[in-house]
Write a protein that binds this ligand. Structure first.
Ligand code: 4AD
Ligand code: MG
Length: 462
C-alpha cells in the first residue's frame, strides 16, 4: 500500500480512488448526519478534509473517541471537493485511532493559542498552523542558503563550536568546563585550568569567522552555517543566546564586493521564500503581517539603498527629537535609529557603511581617515540589523596594533595573525543571523517563535 503525504494527496487527480491518509486531527465537526475531520500531517499548511456520511457501527464508535490532536489513519476514496479553497477531499469508509489526545488534557485547544502560551508548550507547538509554517520556511531558507553559495562555487566549511578564542573580542562567551565547580568552591581552592578538559579555559563560539577566514585564505570563497552562542543579557524580541549564523568569507573581496554579495544573498533568499513557500507566506500575510507577500516581492525586485554611518548620523541628528536615545557621531546605532532610517528615510533595506572604529570589532579594516573602519551592516524595516560584516584588516602591523589597543591578548590570536604573516590578501565577509532572516520573511514578531527551542536568559527548557 502506498503511503502518500497529505501534500502529495493534494496534487492527485481525484477519481474516487482508494487510499489511506495519516495525520493528526486539527478539528472534528458534526453536522447533522455527517462528521468532518480536518487532518494535517505537516507536509503542508492546508488540511485534508475527511468526510464520514452516516457513520455506523465501529466507524461511529471510533469517531466518537477522536478528538483534536489525536493521531489517526483514514481509509477512503479521494473525490473532488465541493468546498471552495480545497481541491480534493476523502470520503471516509474506515478509520483507526492510533494515538488518543483527551480533550481535558491536550493543551492545544482553540482558546489557548497565544504565542506566549505556546512558548511554554514548545514540544507541541509545531502542531499548530503558525509553527508548522515557520518550520517549513526555516527549512526552505536553509536549503536556499546552501543553493546560493553552492551555485557560486563557495565551499561550506565546518568551523568548531568549542573554541579558546573570542571571535568578536567582546567577551560575551559561555564557558565550557568539566571541572567540578562545586567541589572547588567548597574547598576554597583556585581553579586550575590545566586540569580542565582542554587544559585551558574554553568556550562556545560566538562566530565562526576567524576560523573560516583561514579557509578563505586557501580555498577562496567559503561559508559557515551553524549554531553560535552569545552570553549577553539581552531580553529582547531580536536576541537569542543560541542562534544560527551564515558567514561567507571571500578572498580578494573589498567592502563593495561584500555589500553586493550580501544584497544578492538576501534578495535570493526572499525570492526563494516567495517561490517555494507560497502557501505558508499567504498564511503569514493573512494572519501575521498584512501585505507581507507584496512587501517581500518589492524587496526581491529593488536594489538596497546604501549610506555611510556619518551620513546616517547626520540624518538622525536632524530628527533627534524623535528618539529616546539621542544620536551623535560615535554612538552605536540603537534599534530605534535603525528602524527610523529604514522605515522613514529609505522605506526599505539599507546598508550602512564605515562605522567609527571604536564601536566595531578588532578585525575590521581601518580606513585612511583614522576614525572609521570598512564595516557594513544591512538593516531592514521592523527590527534593524540582519547582517553585520566588513572588509578585514589584512595588514599585520595594523591588526596587531588594534588587538593591543582594544586590550586583547595577541598570543590568543597568534594563529589568526599568521594569516597576515604568510600570503595575506584583502578579503571580506559578513554574518547573517538566520533567525532574523526568518523573522523578516515570515513577519513574525518575536525571535523566540522562529527557532524550535529558544535559548535566552533564564530560558533553557526542553
Ligand atoms: O554583527 P555580528 O555580531 O557579526 C559577527 O558575528 C561577525 N563575526 C560576522 C562576520 O563578519 N562574519 O552578528 C552577525 C549577525 C547580526 O547581524 C544578527 O543578524 C545576528 O548575527 N545576531 C544575532 N541573532 C540573534 N540573537 C543574537 N543575540 C544575535 N547576535 C547577532
Ligand atoms: Mg553586528
Amino acid at each position: 500500500m502506498q503511503r502518500p503525504t497529505l501534500k502529495e494527496i493534494d496534487g492527485f487527480e481525484a477519481t474516487g480512488q482508494e487510499l489511506v491518509a495519516r495525520g493528526w486531527v486539527r478539528t472534528k465537526r458534526d453536522q447533522k448526519t455527517t462528521v468532518f475531520l480536518e487532518l494535517n500531517d505537516g507536509s503542508r499548511l492546508g488540511n485534508l478534509q475527511c468526510v464520514f456520511d452516516n457513520p455506523e457501527g465501529i466507524v461511529a464508535a471510533t469517531l466518537a473517541r477522536v478528538q483534536t490532536g489525536a493521531a489517526v489513519t483514514v481509509n477512503g476514496n479521494l473525490v473532488p471537493s465541493p468546498k471552495p479553497g480545497q481541491r480534493v477531499e476523502l470520503k471516509g469508509s474506515a478509520l483507526e485511532l492510533i494515538g488518543e489526545a483527551p480533550a481535558d488534557e491536550y493543551p492545544l485547544q482553540k482558546k489557548n493559542t497565544s504565542f506566549e502560551f505556546l512558548r511554554e508548550k514548545a514540544h507541541l507547538r509545531p502542531r499548530t498552523n503558525t509553527f508548522g509554517a515557520v518550520a517549513r520556511v526555516r527549512n526552505a531558507m536553509a536549503r536556499a542558503v546552501h543553493g546560493f553559495f553552492q551555485d557560486r562555487g563557495f565551499y561550506w566549511v565546518h568551523t568548531p563550536i568549542i573554541t579558546a578564542s573570542d571571535a568578536e573580542g567582546a567577551g560575551a562567551m559561555f564557558q565550557v568546563t568539566t571541572l567540578d565547580l562545586d567541589r572547588i568552591a567548597k574547598s576554597g581552592g583556585k581553579i586550575d585550568y590545566s586540569k580542565d578538559f582542554f587544559g585551558k579555559p574554553s568556550f562556545l563560539t560566538v562566530s565562526g569567522q576567524l576560523n573560516v577566514e583561514t579557509y578563505a585564505q586557501a580555498l577562496g570563497s567559503v561559508y559557515t552555517f551553524g549554531p553560535t552562542f552569545r552570553a549577553e543579557n539581552s531580553n529582547t524580541t531580536r536576541h537569542l543566546s543560541e542562534f544560527w549564523m551564515i558567514e561567507p568569507e571571500v578572498a580578494w573581496n573589498d567592502i563593495h564586493d561584500n555589500m553586493d554579495l550580501a544584497e544578492a544573498f538576501v534578495r535570493h533568499l526572499v525570492k526563494a521564500a516567495l517561490e517555494g513557500c507560497a502557501e505558508d507566506l499567504a498564511f503569514f500575510d493573512e494572519r501575521i503581517q498584512k501585505g507581507l507577500v507584496e512587501y517581500l516581492a518589492g524587496i526581491a525586485a529593488k536594489p538596497f539603498e546604501r549610506m555611510t554611518y556619518t551620513e546616517a548620523v547626520a540624518r538622525l541628528e536632524k530628527n533627534s527629537g524623535d528618539f529616546e536615545f539621542k544620536p551623535y557621531w560615535g554612538c552605536d546605532l540603537q534599534s530605534e535609529h535603525e528602524k527610523w532610517l529604514t522605515e522613514q528615510v529609505v522605506g526599505g533595506p539599507l546598508i550602512v557603511t564605515d562605522y567609527p572604529r571604536d564601536i566595531k570589532a578588532f578585525y575590521m579594516k581601518q580606513n585612511d581617515d583614522g576614525k572609521t573602519v570598512a564595516a557594513m551592516d544591512v538593516l531592514v524595516p521592523r527590527f534593524g540589523e540582519i547582517i553585520g560584516g566588513s572588509e578585514r584588516e589584512w595588514r599585520l602591523p595594523l591588526l596587531e596594533r588594534r588587538i593591543i589597543e582594544m586590550g586583547l591578548k595577541p598570543e590568543t590570536y597568534s594563529w589568526y595573525l599568521d594569516l597576515r604573516r604568510f600570503g595575506s590578501t584583502p578579503h571580506a565577509g559578513f554574518g547573517l543571523g538566520f533567525e532574523r532572516l526568518i523573522l523578516f520573511v515570515t513577519g513574525m514578531q518575536n525571535i523566540r517563535d522562529v527557532i524550535p527551542f529558544p535559548r535566552a536568559p533564564k530560558l533553557a527548557d526542553f
